[in-house]
Design a protein around this ligand. Structure first.
Ligand code: ADP
Ligand code: ZN
Length: 795
């Protein structure tokens, strides 16, 4: 059949008939026949005659959709278990395959099937419940199953090689033996630099890290060791838990913790799927509820999976699990080395280690005999993966719990509206912690109207200040009492906009549709989307007019604090200053040890930190995230403000929050001031319902990125036409938004378009997505199109 190219507005290309593409493996299921996935034909074995080969359904670790049928050689027949890795012929070579179960004989065209060549391991890499989860993910997020499986496995198992036993990694550390750089090193600059580095990072660091910072440091450190200024040692790698963060087991639970615990224990005893929302205000002791539940699961011989947004930002939670369960915990973070990843995978699969604490990808961790899944800070956007398999780990955690018959606890002080709606519909049971531990009061939250409390008044500086008089007074007072302050602003850099005073042109990235941010410490302007950096222009590039530095970032706030309160010990926590996980942990630990008075930072300071010394939290500007063109902007603002406020007053002293804003009437700001989560949620839910946004609809985004603006636009339009032509009747409630240029219309020189689909259910969207997916084969390679089911950020 002749197919005209799609981008010229031709008829849609039908889904291609399954082909073998050079391999004589036959696709047992493809885009159109998902049903087969759930029931690998057991009939095949029944019907098999003596001469008929035994057929196996295999997912191939290549970017091809569906499952493939292979024959099993005699020595393998009846010996394979689902989840075992095998080597199969594919195309002109071989490929890694995953045995999924018996297959039914292919119908239609007569083909000679190829045989599985070899088994790569004695026992399956993938436990059964994980196969079910990965199959669900492949179907739901429309991603090739073999790639889904490969992506979930540790590197040691995702290649077509035999499985090897992994040993824990040994890391080399340098430890300083002196407290300052001794004078006799003044003539050895390399040695003094290496030692100074060690001292600066708290006295000890991995050799690798020092060598990365100071070239040649390995040799230098050896010299320092022979001179007695440092010691080199080997340590078995464990996720770093810094001293001072480890905590004991509280003797008494609060009544609310206790009540939640009773319900969770009963659920664990019942050993069936039961999802819960643990809605606990900040500082209510949610972690202790997780810990007790995991203890109970362990006493029943069951494993637990704890998902957190980011390990480096939650060392306290990890520390609590570590100090409670010791070696029973595998900590899975993104900075693990290949060997460590494999080591943990094997230990969990064997059941040697029963608890996994990890980031979103840990939703695929092979925890044996899974009894409990916890998703902490379940509202956090980082649970959504924004590349390859675009999954939402919180959603998959619930699916996994259902498949494994496990108890699922989603915990947050600010649950996502999607989760809240599931409670309202009776799908999830609600557990509430309405009070802080020890009946500590919630912080008082006060508004500072920047239109009234002008930071500029009476100040003569080149740059417009942003800290208002009441804020500065509160800071000085708090520091004076020996307590600590957190300053939050969700933008990094010094100035976020450079604008010509004469022609009004703002300095934009040449590759992206965004303004360049001035980073004063680097003395450069930087693009936060593509990383492009250049010297700060002295004058407008168009008209040579003088440049105004507008828009405030954390770097400028830090400078202003130092200028206005010179005695304060200030540090900044953002992606620029916390460039490595070690650095980040060290900064948080140093703040916890009260070596700092003020921590200025982006949303990184708003996470679940528990610093008892913090009694004042200042939101430098509450408006920054309100204007983002995303239907979740208000929700996100509300979450951030509530979360960061929750860092105040967690110790014995009460907390105070000051929120600076130019928009005191904005809904999220008003509701945060009133501690009114329910009010905010109800209002926002009404709005979502009126506009049929999630949770009252399901969405899928089709995202396009192309080198040529016209071609990309034309592909976007023809995909739009395709959807329009196949739109179900209006009664089905499916709607299309766009196609339109994405809010950020260009990144890295690529033009971006998007098309959004909304429907009452996933089932309602599925036929359209299948058509789109089939049509993608004909899109020119210069335009990249991905389907993003349940999209997160709308930018
Ligand atoms: P959340 O995650 O709900 O904001 P955390 O779990 O961080 O709160 O707990 C807040 C603080 O209270 C932590 O320092 C924790 O160790 C402490 N804590 C929790 N439960 C208890 C308890 N029952 N008795 C005393 N302290 C507790
Ligand atoms: Zn850029």
């Amino acid at each position: 059949m002749e197919q005209r190219p799609l981008w010229s507005g031709a008829d849609a290309a039908p889904a291609k008939a399954p082909t073998t593409r050079g391999s004589r493996a036959v696709r047992t299921s493809g885009v159109k026949s998902r049903r087969e996935l759930s029931e690998p034909a057991a009939a095949a074995t029944v019907r098999a005659e003596v001469s008929t080969p035994v057929l196996a359904s295999i997912a191939v670790g290549r970017p091809v959709r569906g499952e493939f049928t292979y024959t099993l050689p005699d020595e393998l027949a009846g010996r394979l278990e689902p989840g075992q890795r095998v080597l199969v012929p594919f195309g002109r070579g071989t490929a890694l395959g995953f045995y999924l179960g018996p297959a039914s004989p292919p119908t239609g065209e007569k083909v000679r099937l190829k045989a599985v060549q070899r088994v790569l391991e004695d026992s399956p890499s993938l436990p059964k419940d994980l196969i079910a989860l990965l199959r669900f993910a492949a179907v739901h997020y429309r991603y090739p199953l073999g790639e889904v499986i490969r992506g979930a496995l540790p590197p040691g198992l995702s290649k077509a090689v035999e499985e090897k036993e992994a040993r824990p990694d040994v890391q080399h550390f340098a430890v300083a033996l002196v407290n300052e750089v001794p004078p006799e090193l003044s003539r050895a600059p390399a040695q003094s630099a290496a030692l100074a580095y060690l001292l600066a990072v708290g006295g000890s660091a991995p050799l690798e890290e020092v060598a990365h910072a100071i070239p040649g440091a390995r040799e230098t450190l050896k010299k320092l060791a022979t001179r007695g200024f440092a010691r080199l040692e080997e340590k078995t790698v464990e996720a770093s838990v810094k001293e001072g963060l480890i905590q004991g087991r509280p003797d008494h639970l609060t009544p609310e913790q206790d009540a939640a615990g009773v319900v969770l224990r009963a659920a664990l005893d019942a050993a069936t799927f039961q999802p819960f929302l643990l809605h606990g205000v900040t500082g209510s002791g949610k972690t202790e509820v997780y810990l007790r539940a995991a203890e109970h699961a362990l006493s029943l011989g069951k494993g637990s999976l704890i998902l957190v947004p980011e390990i480096a930002l939650t060392p306290q939670l990890v520390g609590r699990f570590r100090s409670r369960f010791g070696a029973e915990v595998a900590v899975l973070h993104s900075a693990l080395k290949d060997r460590e990843r494999l080591f943990h995978w094997q230990a969990l699969r064997r059941g040697d280690v029963k608890i996994a604490v990890g980031v979103r990808s840990a939703v695929f961790a092979p925890v044996d005999n899974l009894g409990l899944i916890v998703v902490d800070e379940e509202h956090d956007p980082s649970f959504k993966q924004e590349e390859k398999l675009r999954y939402q780990a919180r959603d998959l955690a619930v699916v996994r719990g259902k498949q494994a018959g496990a108890v699922v606890v989603l915990g947050s002080a600010t649950p996502a509206l999607e989760t809240l709606e599931n409670v309202k519909r009776g799908r999830y049971q609600l557990l509430e912690l309405k009070h802080r531990v020890d009946d500590r009061p919630m912080p008082t939250i006060e508004l500072v109207d920047l239109r009234v409390e002008r930071p500029r008044e009476g100040v003569v500086t080149e740059e417009a200040p942003i800290l208002s008089p009441p804020l500065l007074a509160a800071m000085a007072e708090t520091i004076g009492r020996g307590q600590q302050v957190i300053l939050f602003l969700n933008r990094r850099g010094h100035s976020t906009v450079l604008l010509c005073e004469v022609c009004g042109l703002s300095l934009k990235c040449s590759e992206c549709d965004v303004c360049l941010t001035h980073h004063r410490s680097q003395n450069r302007v930087v693009c936060h989307y593509c990383g492009l950096a250049m010297p700060v222009p002295e004058q407008c590039l168009e008209c040579t007019g003088p440049m105004l530095k507008l828009g405030i970032g954390t770097e400028r706030v830090e400078a202003e604090v130092l200028e206005r309160i010179p005695t304060a010990r200030v540090a900044r926590l953002d992606r620029d200053s916390a460039s490595s996980a070690e650095r980040l942990t060290e900064m948080l630990a140093s703040f916890a040890r009260r070596e700092l008075d003020v921590l200025v930072g982006t949303q990184m300071v708003a996470k679940g930190h528990d610093f008892p010394g913090v009694t004042l939290v200042c939101v430098v500007m509450a408006d920054t995230s309100l204007s983002i063109p995303d239907f979740r902007a208000a929700e996100r603002t509300f979450h951030l403000l509530t979360q960061v406020s929750g860092r105040a007053g967690r110790g014995k002293d009460p907390g105070r929050v000051l929120v600076q804003t130019y928009n005191p009437d904005a809904e999220p700001v008003r509701r945060v001031l009133a501690h009114d989560f329910d009010g905010f949620a109800n209002q926002e839910l009404e709005w979502r319902k009126a506009l049929a946004y999630p949770p009252y609809s399901r969405m899928a985004a089709v995202r396009l990125e192309g080198e040529h603006p016209e071609q990309t636009a034309s592909v976007a339009r023809s995909l739009g036409n395709l959807v329009s032509r196949h739109m179900p009747p209006a009664s089905a409630g499916v709607r299309m938004l766009g196609p339109a240029l994405a809010p950020i219309s260009r990144i890295r020189g690529k033009t971006r378009w998007q098309l959004l689909l909304k429907g009452p259910t996933h089932t309602a969207l599925a036929p359209l997505l299948a058509r789109l997916e089939a049509a993608l084969v004909d899109v020119p390679s210069t335009v990249k199109v991905v389907i993003d089911v349940d999209p997160g950020a709308m930018l």
